[in-house]
Design a protein around this ligand. Structure first.
Ligand SMILES: C[S@@+](CC[C@H](N)C(=O)[O-])C[C@H]1O[C@@H](n2cnc3c(N)ncnc32)[C@H](O)[C@@H]1O
Length: 234
């Protein structure tokens, strides 16, 4: 099961890397920036924090943290797509940020860190691509220090109602067309709504976080529930 997700998802992200930032902002109407800010503010970052952003993609979570000028924190980004990470590196280089950072080319299921290494682990729009969520969440738990925070940001399906109907028309019909037009990757933007629909309900996902060992697990719906922020502590 761990291996099944790799070939298709990995090559899809390798292929869409160049257009990813542009399409992300366009398709989410820049809401993605606000969602990541919310996630980062939930971490209560302090001096000397070590933070790992899993499925870091083009580095937007790490860059958003860097913009805050925290002192002496060390940031790590992990992703299995070389193309996504190389865009992250280019973006950081352009801005001359001074915080310590490292990027690792690795599968989220096999993170090469010692147990109890991090004060916070984040994953934004990455967990729905990982089939074995239980294993990933356990891995995040192990590498967090006691008292550390897990923050998961994920696209979710809003509850029924007028907004739900409008959103579903946009998400399932319009978004794939825009995505396909700009990225020439038909599969990727058909996969996006499917992967969100297949994501467990918030309650089931919260139970998975708890099963991995996390305490004080909570969720906050953002933008009428099209994204949810899940928090847990070790
Ligand atoms: C939708 S992008 C999100 C990127 C970034 N976190 C953001 O906020 O824009 C998902 C990322 O997860 C990565 N990814 C998916 N499955 C992964 C896995 N099993 N291990 C490591 N990275 C993975 C992809 O390569 C891609 O960069």
């Amino acid at each position: 099961m761990d291996k099944k997700e790799l070939p298709f998802i990995k090559s899809m992200f390798e292929n869409i890397a160049d257009n990813y930032d542009f399409l992300n902002k366009l398709l989410s109407l820049r809401q993605d920036v606000y969602w990541r800010k919310k996630m980062i503010s939930s971490l209560n970052i302090k001096e000397n924090f070590k933070i790992l952003d899993v499925a870091c993609g083009t580095g937007d979570v790490i860059i958003e943290i860097m913009k805050n000028n925290y002192k002496n924190i060390h940031l790590y980004g992990a992703d299995f797509s070389k193309n996504m990470i190389s865009i992250a590196l280019k973006k950081i280089k352009k801005k001359n940020y001074t915080l310590n950072f490292n990027f690792l080319l690795t599968n989220a299921l096999y993170l090469p860190f010692l147990n109890e290494s991090f004060n916070a682990v984040t994953i934004a729009f990455g967990i729905r691509n990982i089939l074995n969520k239980d294993k990933a969440l356990k891995e995040f738990y192990n590498i967090l220090k006691p008292g550390g925070t897990l923050a998961v940001l994920e696209l979710t399906t809003p509850k029924s109602g007028f907004f739900f109907t409008l959103y579903m028309i946009y998400f399932k019909k319009i978004l794939p067309l825009i995505g396909q037009f700009f990225s020439e990757n038909r599969q990727a933007y058909r996969y996006l709504p499917e992967s969100v629909e297949n994501f467990p309900t918030s309650d089931i996902f919260i139970n998975k976080i708890k099963k991995a060992g996390f305490k004080n697990v909570s969720k906050s719906k953002l933008t009428l529930g099209i994204t949810t922020l899940f928090i847990g502590s070790k």
